[in-house]
Design a protein around this ligand. Structure first.
Ligand code: 5GP
Length: 144
């Protein structure tokens, strides 16, 4: 899918937002939902998606939603740092398939980085065990 086109209301994250597909939740309020990536690129990889918008990517996010949404992204990143104590935190976001985007509802990746630990490739993470993700999500949520 290109950078241009229309929003598909049946994309994976829209279904997760509607509760039609389950996720391991970290945080939710009126502006955003944060949940664990099931193919984590590192331990504690969280996705943060905006709620109440039909934005496929960051370019399409209405200006008045940018502040509230990015505030949630930062809040999750701070909690990830506090809970998991990584050596770095990488925040990634892709717009359009050629840029690496695979799910077409806007999302930011919050990826803890650990000294000496190589990052799994984007979209090449191994599927994580639900129980393991739930334990990590609990730790992050407690640090929010
Ligand atoms: P993108 O490639 O669009 O930037 O990121 C999509 C992300 O969604 C990838 O990191 C991928 O691992 C993750 N993902 C794919 N399918 C699922 C799923 O069913 N549940 C969750 N929680 N994450 C998923």
């Amino acid at each position: 899918m290109s950078l241009h086109g229309s929003y598909d209301p049946d994309n994976l994250f829209a279904k997760i937002l509607r509760g039609e597909i389950s996720c391991v939740k970290v945080f939710e309020d009126d502006a955003a939902l944060a949940f664990m990536d099931i193919f984590p690129q590192s331990r504690g990889h969280v996705l943060v998606v905006p709620k109440g918008v039909s934005a496929r990517n960051f370019l399409e996010l209405p200006r008045d939603r940018i502040g509230p949404y990015l505030e949630r992204v930062q809040r999750v990143a701070v909690a990830v740092e506090k809970a998991l104590q990584p050596d770095g935190v990488q925040i990634m976001q892709f717009n359009g398939a050629p840029a690496g985007q695979t799910v077409f509802h806007l999302h930011f990746h919050v990826i803890p980085r650990y000294e000496g630990v190589q990052l799994a490739g984007h979209g090449q993470g191994k599927k994580a065990e639900a129980a393991e993700l739930a334990a990590i999500a609990k730790e992050i949520a407690a640090a929010l």
